[in-house]
Design a protein around this ligand. Sequence first.
Ligand SMILES: C[S@@+](CC[C@H](N)C(=O)[O-])C[C@H]1O[C@@H](n2cnc3c(N)ncnc32)[C@H](O)[C@@H]1O
Length: 331
Amino acid sequence: MSLLSRYGRSACSRSRKLRGPSTLLRLAFLSTASPDPLGAPSPARLGGPPPIRVGLTESAGRGVFATRRIGSGELIHTAEPVVSHPSLRSLHAVCYSCLRKLNSAGSPAHAVSFCSDDCRARSQAFYEVETRVDWSSHDAYCRTQGLKYPLLVKRLACMVMSGATSSNCLDILQPAYLSPEMISEMEEGFRLLKCAFTDAHVKDEQIAFLTKQWYTTLLARIRINAFRVEVVGGSFEDLLSMAAASVEAEAAVGNAVYMLPSFYNHDCDPNTHIIWLEDAVARLKALRDIEPGEELRICYIDASLDWDARQNILSQGFGFRCDCPRCLSGD
Ligand SMILES: C[S@@+](CC[C@H](N)C(=O)[O-])C[C@H]1O[C@@H](n2cnc3c(N)ncnc32)[C@H](O)[C@@H]1O
């Protein structure tokens, strides 16, 4: 199992100021600044674009910057996943579409359950295709190998086939570096995915996009950008009142890739927090006051780890050496 499969990105909190950066790039936002009954009053709650822009940082590629002052505790924006999938462990306990915990666990006799008619209707984007195919070998492989990201690729492939999204929908995201060994480790997952479709007599033209190159470059993007969805229940205020705001891995119900949240860089002492209250909709909240032009950063890992452990995970899992102020101070 890779480090990343153990350490999907999650949330943490500490407080310290970050330096302000330069501006270069603007992207269309696929997220919304939606009303949040649990958040502090803020302009974001009134709708309109979120108070952020995507720009180039000095040393961490693209990043997210505040376009105005953002108050501590403010809901900056929410984000719907581009693609999500329950963890295999949670398959019968959460909605197959939005990852919301089900009131009564679905019967294992039924493959999956939905929490509402809305979710059932929304899932048509992948479910009609998915149910035409026998996934037993593919999913057994994921289960025995402890792999979660091939499930996101499988769902995305079904979404592409149904016309719900395009095969290049994640191309804008930064890919992880893949060594030749990592690429060869992906071959079996690719073979099983392709075989599942061909065994179900899916027409060649429908899976023309499903090449080994597509599969590996998609996984390379998912490895760096996927979030482990940890539904906490309750409110953001409850979460802040907890001694440690990072959520235990046991709360993880699945994995998801978002567009705008993928542009947030990491800091071991972040000013922004990503949380999930009830389902896979991500909420980005300010952990402290943020000044206009300041970069918004989240913590990808457990911030309570010591310096060595943090550097090790960030370097092996995400491919960078962290030079945030906390790391530079040796803390
Ligand atoms: C999820 S992406 C964040 C957005 C990315 N900077 C981009 O341009 O798309 C994660 C990648 O950003 C870079 N990154 C994030 N935080 C960083 C940091 N504190 N220092 C250096 N690079 C960082 C690393 O290359 C990492 O693999």
